[in-house]
Design a protein around this ligand. Structure first.
Ligand code: CA
Ligand code: CA
Ligand code: CA
Length: 855
């Protein structure tokens, strides 16, 4: 999904919960116990112990369309189990189906109700949703002022989507008929004529008819008036009664693996006033207290580092005053080694927090933390604990992401050589669903649709999708070069053979893997400069029905050059008539071009002595690009621009490091200092990276900013109990935390008297489990318990790619931190991306370097 929207780009996005009128009825005889009804709380959602109903607090933001975080949401015994409650135009809407805009949302404290006015502009169609407590549930009522537009008759309904993984291995009952929720999608389908399909995002289609003019929709797996989900489970039991039309239960996964179980009632034709009314009740445990969560590092701690656990508590919990650390002996017995009072931190989001400082424990060994009746899993303390933290990211995760290569691992093939049919010039005036766009001209010497030679080389699948996104490639290459220059990582566990397009994991080939990855990135960037004389924004599948691909990247296209003389799905063996070749988006972008100039300059240093010809070409292209970009200057309009951050700054610095030419150094400072005045925290990462190459005056000028930065670091402990920057955008913030921790490492190296090592360790601990909501490590395969369900290319199998770093904790408005480990498909929580993974390699090595300071 990844476009340049993640939090170190634009912190936007957010999610609004739509409140629908769920009426929790007294359900009579099925054991819906609870103490009283839902109350509208001061955060504008309906609350009772063990159950919350959020009504469009989180809205569709239009950025990635339906992110399954908007509409009416249910949080049931601490888990978000339902989402997307809204009037929808399909039985099981996919990500790119039309979403309603919220025209108005009114919270009425007098009547304790929430009203939302929704609009589908395409059809000039408005609907109102009213949600109000009733009995011990909510009533959800849909009303229309005007009847459904004719085109929407028979296909418009009120939908609420239940999380499949929350109901796996559970049953349902529809009007007394019982069923088991399907573990794997297998429900009945209906085939419909393509021309009856409602417009999807920008006229694209998610369905590949393969030459047939049709599409499919799921049919109900159960129909009736009263549905009970999970009657056997007090923590998950929800009853929905429809007072009007039938309820239908559908399995959205039949059309899209990231679909949910949908409960829906159709809106009748020619009707106004109340058209749908549900009474929704959830069973609750009146004494429910969410178990305490002890946040700590699953990877363990160095003996000399700060060691803090943050304990997250239900607001109804009464926290014990002390916690202890136990040590495991060789007989398997735990002995208390340390105990101390916990210190109150206070409320943050929806929980209550205390902190437990056990820095005093420093003997090597295996430990756990005990708090109240809880014990954590074991974690090590020792000088070695971070030694292996970065290796799987380089050994496995990056090789798996390599585009244009066949990637093997022992008996397993991850994917074949992909995108050998790259690439065609993208058409003009085109808005792509992954954020790319073309203006009125190609701004190249190529005609729309024309083949561009030489682009089928190098690069990585940018994220859980498969595009070459230039911006993230530049960040990745720069970070790799920084790891190379700072830490000299010679590790060689992977064979990379560019000539044969062959990669073999766990097979050393005598060449450092890091340099081989730098080469992989440089080849893709150089190919763009050869073809266009500059960088372009990226290369991506043209069709939405290709883009949502899951699995082997070599099967997204047919790997045969498009030949317009053949019919679609016809091939002459070397070309085909299927228009599936990727498109190069070629609009002029100083942001991408300067990023590319920076990356090529950096790569030229690392590749010198390894691939001399490529190194020389990288530097020549960077210098030529710099001159040409200045010949027609155009403002950069991306990353951090509001804080004066530009990629020209990065390009100037990298060229200065390469050439020591004062012109670059002067331009760097000319751009940097005004930017520091505008947004020092944003631009500090550039400022500190330059410090080793600049004179004393530079350091002197930087020092006051560094002092302020350090103060801001310490202030973070007032904002949240973890003392790291926790973002609240629609893409969770691990990238931001890593960036911050790395910047602090560089500051510590440059200004050791001002900035200590603790922030770097803290950022790493955060990734490894020292964070809200759960204590899982966000790096797959690193730490005792880590992400085993993530949004990699293999997500349909509910699995992971070792060494990948996920975005982490998404904060749903107003107060719900979430990272689902039983559901891979929430990209804002679980999608690995290349530049963040590269920075993670640097961060672990930074921590290892701190360990060598001999404290
Ligand atoms: Ca992408
Ligand atoms: Ca190697
Ligand atoms: Ca093709």
């Amino acid at each position: 999904m990844r476009k340049d929207s993640s939090p170190d780009r634009v912190i936007t996005a957010s999610i609004i919960l739509f409140s629908i009128t769920f009426v929790l009825m007294s359900p009579g005889g099925i054991g819906f116990c609870g103490e009283g009804g839902l109350k509208l709380n001061d955060r504008d959602y309906f609350e009772k112990r063990g159950f919350n109903v959020l009504v469009f607090e989180n809205q569709y933001n239009g950025f990635f369309f339906d992110e399954k975080t908007a509409g009416i949401l249910l949080i049931h015994h601490g888990e978000r189990t339902a989402t997307g409650g809204a009037v929808r135009l399909k039985p099981a809407p996919e990500q790119w189906d039309q979403i309603p805009a919220v025209v108005e949302r009114k919270v009425d404290r007098e009547t304790e109700s929430i009203d939302v006015l929704l609009r589908y502009a395409d059809f000039d169609f408005d609907s109102r949703i009213h949600v109000q407590p009733q009995g011990d549930g909510v009533v959800i009522r849909v009303t229309l002022d005007k009847p459904l537009p004719e085109k929407l008759e028979g296909r418009t309904g009120f939908n609420l989507e239940f999380l499949p993984s929350a109901y796996f291995e559970k049953t349902y009952r529809m009007d007394g008929r019982t069923g088991i929720f399907p573990l794997y999608p297998s429900g009945p389908m209906e085939v419909l004529q393509a021309d009856t399909q409602l417009r999807q995002y920008a006229g694209h289609s998610t369905f590949d008819g393969h030459g047939r003019s049709e599409y499919v929709e799921p049919e109900p797996i159960a129909t009736g008036r009263t549905l009970i989900l999970a009657p056997e489970d007090q923590e998950r039991r929800v009853q929905i009664q429809s007072t009007g039309g039938d309820l239908m239960l559908l399995d959205g996964r039949n059309v899209a693996q990231n679909g949910w179980y949908v409960v829906r009632t159709l809106i009748p034709a020619n009707a106004t006033g109340k058209v749908v009314e549900w009474l929704l009740t959830a069973s609750t445990n009146p004494d429910w207290i969410r178990p305490a969560m002890i946040a700590y590092s699953q990877a363990g701690y160095r003996p000399d580092q700060e060691k803090i656990a943050v304990i997250e508590l239900d607001k109804n919990d009464t926290p014990p005053a002390t916690a202890s650390v136990l040590r495991l002996d060789d007989r398997g017995e735990w002995t208390e080694k340390f105990n101390s009072a916990v210190s109150e931190w206070g409320p943050y989001l929806r929980y209550h927090y205390v902190r437990f400082d056990f820095s005093a424990v420093s003997d090597s060994g295996l430990y756990c933390i005990r708090y109240g009746g809880m014990k954590t899993g074991p974690f090590p303390i020792g000088k070695h604990v971070h030694d292996n933290g970065w290796q799987q990211t380089l050994d496995v995760w990056f090789p798996v992401q390599m585009d244009h290569m066949f990637v093997n691992e022992a008996y397993r093939v991850w994917h074949g050589a992909a995108h050998l049919d790259d690439a065609l010039q993208a058409p003009v005036k085109h808005q792509h669903f992954d954020g790319y766009r073309m203006g009125d001209s190609t701004e190249t010497r190529y005609q729309p649709g024309e083949r561009i030679p030489g682009l089928n080389v190098g690069g990585w699948f940018d994220a859980g999708d498969y595009d070459i996104r230039t911006g993230s490639h530049c960040g990745t290459v720069c970070s790799f070069v920084e790891s190379w220059e700072r830490f000299g990582l010679l590790r060689d566990e992977t064979l990379v053979d560019q000539g044969r397009r062959f990669v073999d994991i766990h097979r050393p080939d005598g060449e450092p893997d890091l340099l081989q990855q730098i080469e992989q990135g440089a080849l893709a960037l150089v190919a763009q400069h050869r073809a266009f004389g500059r960088a372009i924004p990226g290369i991506i599948e043209p069709n939405l029905h290709q883009y949502h691909h899951l699995g082997d990247g070599s099967t997204i296209t047919d790997n045969l050059r498009y030949n317009p003389d053949l019919k679609a799905y016809q091939s002459d063996g070397s070309s085909s008539g299927t228009p599936d070749d990727r498109w190069a988006f070629t609009g002029r972008s100083p942001w991408d071009n300067y990023g590319s100039i920076a990356a090529l300059a950096a790569a030229s240093r690392a590749l010198a002595g390894f691939r001399n010809d490529l190194a020389a070409e990288c530097l020549a292209l960077a210098e030529k690009g710099w001159i040409e970009e200045h010949q027609h200057p155009q403002p950069e309009t991306r990353r951090g621009f509001m804080f004066g951050g530009t990629r020209e700054t990065e390009a100037a610095l990298q060229l200065f490091i390469c050439t020591k030419d004062r012109r670059y150094g002067d331009r760097f400072q000319e751009l940097l200092w005004p930017a520091m005045e505008k947004g020092a925290n944003w631009n500090m990462k550039h400022a500190v990276r330059a410090a080793p190459y600049m004179d004393k005056a530079y350091r002197k000028r930087l020092l006051p900013f560094v002092r302020k930065y350090k103060t801001a670091n310490d202030e973070m402990l007032k904002q949240n109990p973890f003392g790291v920057p926790v973002t609240t955008g629609g893409w969770a913030g691990n990238g931001f935390v890593i960036d911050w921790a790395v910047t602090n490492y560089l500051l510590h190296k440059a200004f050791p008297e001002t900035v200590g090592p603790e922030y770097t360790y803290r950022g790493l601990d955060y990734l490894y489990g020292f964070h809200p909501a759960s204590n899982i490590s966000f790096v797959s395969g690193v730490g005792l318990r880590s992400k085993r369900v993530a949004y990699g290319s293999n997500r349909a199998d509910f699995t992971f790619i070792a060494g990948g770093v996920v975005p982490g904790i998404l904060v749903l408005k107003p107060d719900f931190p979430e990272n689902k480990e039983d559901w891979p498909f929430l990209w804002g929580e679980n999608e690995y991306v290349i530049d963040i993974c590269a920075q993670y390699i640097f961060l672990v090595n930074a921590a290892l370097d701190l360990g060598k300071e001999g404290k």
